[in-house]
Design a protein around this ligand. Structure first.
Ligand code: MGD
Ligand code: MGD
Ligand code: SF4
Ligand code: MO
Length: 682
């Protein structure tokens, strides 16, 4: 065909950064596989394959909209931006900059995220955060303390070189399917896969050993494994002596976690604990892969710390096939964190409590003093709205009211705001609550870089025009900042990336040209000709003294336990065919056809006890509220625990708002609940 074009792009869904081409011709955009992409080698999962359905969707937001008594009214961009700038000015004048809140998007590019937090902080607000708060926020402090760097240590493809893959709290077969490809290559070579997960999932199907542990008991399991490893002399003496501190305290701590004792806590046999320990410590190179089953707990930071302790004790770090893999969630959540869209970090993981480092950013930006200290988080902003401390909220690309825990409370709280503006590609439930809605271009309709879970920074060029008057997040932020009188003089994302390189040392060598190469560059890339750093911690650690820190932690039970009134535990998570709060995948025709409604999985014994049969509509009730879901009766679920995905709005009306004290992540994975059924409802 005459003017057919192939434009490379990066998948907009999960954090694996899979590459593909958008084929543009008269028939509309289509997917063409990118066989030479280093992460996915041409493969895409169901969501990636359906991503074009978002681009052309009739529901896309096309014009700025203002809420009026009569409903949504279309306004011009000039009016919309002048309104937002006016509200920011009023709020600062009447209540000070800390009454402003900014929630950035892990779906936006690095350049967009960088400018968003720069705008917020230059205005004097420290309230900047993103969905990482509800995702890997425990990984950040735990890894910073233990290793000095809060990210995945090895590339995804390196899993193929592992001899043991210990998966704890990750269902990668459904949620990071491209990881499964590399893990299965390792298995083909004879590697062992050990999975610790309370549920039977498509990931546990691949396991040589599945420890079906009780919810929230991971620290007990990990301490139990370390007890065995120390007892049997399987730890790495040289690595521990040369490269770590804190070993003696760990020995004392885990001494009490004998396999017999741990077995009583986690519900797996002592023999399984011993076997898992021997496989992990005894293999030449073992990787730990974890995700939300570890982080989304009131003790999430302790859970991550115990994972790092296990890797450090056995020297399973700093080389091919070993490593720690916190599988990140959204397509650019790693980038949003690198860019400082976090209440506790400026760009480049600079702590908001470190005056010397923040001063360097002030110098780079040429601003006056920047705000110091912890800002409000995605979880505390709604609470502050209710108490009157937060007056204005700007949300880019997050469906907060459906993705936050205990969502009915969150909705009520957000109603107290003076003004809320939401910038999204669709009219989400969160956008419905706003005073003003700004239409955004989707990933393929703009250009810039995305950073995947393996720290791979890739340039994604513009392939298509956005619908109607929708604009990139970048151009909206730039125009707004200029209206606010800020000196945001950038010609486009390339120039923003150049500034990022001056502020974030690990991005210093990443230019647009480097990021445009197939597979981009893996940071740290500290100077122009640097090849990038796929494997971290090969020589030293960036933690103080160059040594990693082993930090012993104790097992603590989840905040909610089953009671007489709420005799079951509800755990929430994902299924393969939907994404997060669902505003994108619930609009995807092909995915909805295969996964049309909310379900609740329960063990046949529990179903019997409550007289429920498959396909009944079940009412699930927690202390926060009640919701209906279709029953799936299955032995994938152990007795006493039920599972719901959170891709439909109802689920988060039920979840707990107890948070981890350090990372402030809600305990999405455990809530006491009760169930009842409604017979005969189709
Ligand atoms: N299909 C799909 N893919 C996605 C997403 C999606 O919504 N849909 N979202 C993306 C995002 S943002 C993220 S963060 C990732 C998340 O990816 P995952 O972390 O894989 O997702 P979850 O289903 O939340 O939880 C993973 C597993 O943790 C287990 N688990 C629950 N509680 C515990 C526990 O106490 N201990 C242990 N050991 N395991 C437990 C669950 O049974 C589940 O199998 O996925 C990304 N990819
Ligand atoms: N019960 C329960 N709740 C959970 C979890 C759980 O396991 N259980 N997991 C938590 C986790 S890990 C996460 S990461 C959060 C996710 O929480 P959210 O970040 O709220 O999740 P999404 O639904 O992916 O929202 C992304 C939004 O960005 C919009 N968007 C897409 N591309 C663009 C763009 O280029 N520009 C703009 N402006 N908008 C865009 C989409 O339309 C969508 O509305 O949910 C958390 N909530
Ligand atoms: S694995 Fe993730 S990045 Fe790859 S195609 Fe699926 S959703 Fe997209
Ligand atoms: Mo996530």
């Amino acid at each position: 065909m005459a003017d057919e074009r192939l434009v490379p792009t990066v998948c907009p869904y999960c954090a694996l950064g899979c590459g593909f081409y958008i084929k543009i011709n008269e028939g509309g955009p289509m997917i063409e596989y990118m066989l030479d992409h280093p992460t996915n080698e041409g493969s895409l999962c169901a969501k990636g394959n359906a991503s074009m359905e978002i681009i052309n969707h009739p529901d896309r937001l096309r014009h700025p909209l203002k809420k009026t008594e009569a409903g949504w009214s279309r306004i011009s961009w000039d009016e919309a931006l002048a309104t937002v700038a006016g509200k920011i000015g009023e709020t600062v004048r009447d209540h000070g900059p800390d009454a402003l809140g900014f929630l950035g998007s892990a779906k936006s590019t690095n350049e967009e995220n960088y400018l968003f937090q720069k705008m917020a902080r230059t205005l004097g607000s420290k309230n900047v955060d993103c969905c990482a708060r509800r995702c890997h926020s425990p990984t950040i402090p735990a890894f910073k303390r233990a290793l000095g760097a809060s990210c995945m240590t090895n590339p995804i493809s390196d899993l193929a070189n592992s001899d043991c893959i210990f998966v704890i709290g990750s269902n990668f077969a459904e949620n990071h399917p491209i990881v499964a490809r590399w893990a299965l290559r390792a298995k083909d070579r004879g590697a062992k896969i050990v999975v610790a997960d309370p549920r039977i999932t498509p990931t546990t199907w691949h396991a040589d050993l599945h420890l079906q542990i009780k919810l929230g008991t991971d620290v007990a399991l990990l301490n139990g494994m370390m007890n065995v490893i120390i007892d049997e002399g399987l730890w790495d003496r040289k690595f521990v002596a040369d490269r770590t501190v804190g070993f003696e305290a760990l020995v004392d701590k885990v001494a009490g976690y004998t396999p017999d004792k741990v077995s009583g806590i986690i519900g797996s046999t002592p023999e399984a604990i011993v076997r898992a320990a021997r496989i992990y410590a005894g293999s030449d190179s073992s990787a730990i892969v974890y995700s939300m089953g570890i982080t989304q707990h009131s003790h999430g930071t302790n859970n991550v710390t115990a994972c790092a302790d296990l890797a450090l004790l056995t020297g399973q770090l700093g080389r091919s096939g070993a490593g720690l893999y916190p599988l990140r969630g959204q397509n650019n959540v790693q980038g949003a964190c690198d860019m400082g869209v976090l209440a506790d970090f400026y760009p480049g993981s600079v702590s908001v409590h470190d005056p010397r480092a923040v001063q360097l950013i002030e110098e780079a930006w040429g601003t006056g003093p920047l705000p110091m200290g912890m800002g409000m988080t995605a979880e505390t902003m709604p609470v502050a709205a209710a108490s009157g401390n937060l007056r204005f909220l700007y949300i880019i690309g997050e469906d907060l009211v459906n993705s936050d825990s205990s969502s009915s409370r969150g909705r009520r709280e957000l109603e107290s705001l003076d003004f809320m503006v939401v910038q999204d590609i669709f009219m989400t439930d969160t956008a419905e609550m706003a005073d003003l809605v700004l239409p955004a271009a989707a990933w393929a309709e703009k250009e810039g870089t995305f950073t995947s879970s393996e720290r791979r920074v890739q340039w994604s060029p513009k392939a298509l025009d956005p619908p109607g008057e929708a604009r990139s997040d970048l151009s909206t932020i730039l125009d707004l900042a200029r209206l606010l009188g800020l000196d945001f003089d950038y010609a486009g994302p390339e120039e923003v990336l150049a500034e990022i390189g001056r502020v974030v040392p690990s991005y210093a060598g990443i230019s647009m040209a480097r990021a445009e190469e197939r597979g981009g560059v893996i940071w740290p890339c500290p100077f122009q000709d640097h090849p990038g750093t796929p494997i971290l911690h090969q020589e030293g650690f960036t933690a103080p003294g160059g040594k990693a820190r082993i930090v012993p932690v104790d097992y603590l039970p989840p905040a909610e336990e089953a009671t007489l009134d709420y005799p079951l535990l509800l755990t929430t998570g994902r299924e393969a065919l939907h994404h997060n709060a669902g505003s994108m995948t619930r609009r995807s025709f092909s995915l909805m056809k295969r996964a049309p409604e909310l379900f609740v999985e329960m063990n046949p014994l529990d179903a019997d006890r409550w007289s429920i049969i498959a396909d009944d509509l079940v009412e699930v009730e927690t202390r926060r509220g009640a919701a209906w879901a279709r029953a799936r009766v299955t032995t994938r679920q152990e007795e006493g625990v039920i599972f719901m995905p959170f891709h439909f709005p109802e689920t988060n009306m039920l979840t707990s708002d107890v948070i981890d004290p350090e990372a402030r992540i809600p305990e999405f994975k455990v809530a006491a609940c009760r169930i009842g059924s409604m017979k005969g409802v189709i």
